[in-house]
Design a protein around this ligand. Sequence first.
Ligand SMILES: [Zn+2]
Length: 151
Amino acid sequence: MKRKIILNGRVLDKIAELTRKYNEVENGGLIYGRMNPKWVHIFDVSDAGKHAKRSRSGVIFDTEYLIQYTNQKLKEDLFVIGTWHSHPTGYSLYPSSIDKNTMQKINKRFDPLHYPVFMITKWESNKLYFNLYEINEDNRISEILLYEIVE
Ligand SMILES: [Zn+2]
């Protein structure tokens, strides 16, 4: 059964800003929200943090910042439900082999009924582009084509 993915509009605004600001390199962070086997609701995302290392080939998150941000979100009953990262302008939205590997590793840390969502973004032609992904039961990566944006 397919899960329904719901995205808050202001989360997309935030992702657009974090992608645009670092459009020559990769940026990223964690995705926060709530989920059950039927739906995933995305309420917020983090940045990579002040001490993150952003380059054209990847981003290394600032762990200290992520722990703090995550603790803050937990107080609001929002949980880590996946990760996002951007690709530099001109690149595709498809996961690289390193991306796929990372997604599969992260997927294994979640329980099978509450598997994570992944997002790849880029800033191009003054616009945010993004793709959503999840890992199937057979460990293959598939693009999530159905999602809803709410206010
Ligand atoms: Zn990537």
